[in-house]
Design a protein. Structure first.
Length: 81
């Protein structure tokens, strides 16, 4: 398939980070004007941050296995943390 040849970068990958940011920003502004953009409540943001921290390091500063992090999240919710 590839035969050792590198493919040319296409789409966003071919653009500079500044150009990517400019286009993404326009999309975000358009979504807000249209009323379809998601806006996080403080509870949603807090829960997302907690979940991300548990998945990435289990809240203990180290990487953990996904099954372990999921059971920890369930236990934390059961005690109301």
């Amino acid at each position: 398939m590839n035969n050792g040849e590198r493919k040319e970068r296409r789409g966003f990958a071919s653009m500079s980070p500044e150009k990517q940011r400019e286009i993404a920003s326009k999309g975000g502004r358009a979504a807000h004007q249209k009323g379809t953009a998601h806006e996080w409540t403080s509870d949603e943001a807090r829960n997302a941050g907690r979940k991300g921290g548990q998945i990435s390091r289990g809240g203990r500063g180290r990487l953990v296995e996904p099954g372990v992090a999921e059971s920890g999240a369930i236990a934390a919710e059961a005690v109301g943390e």
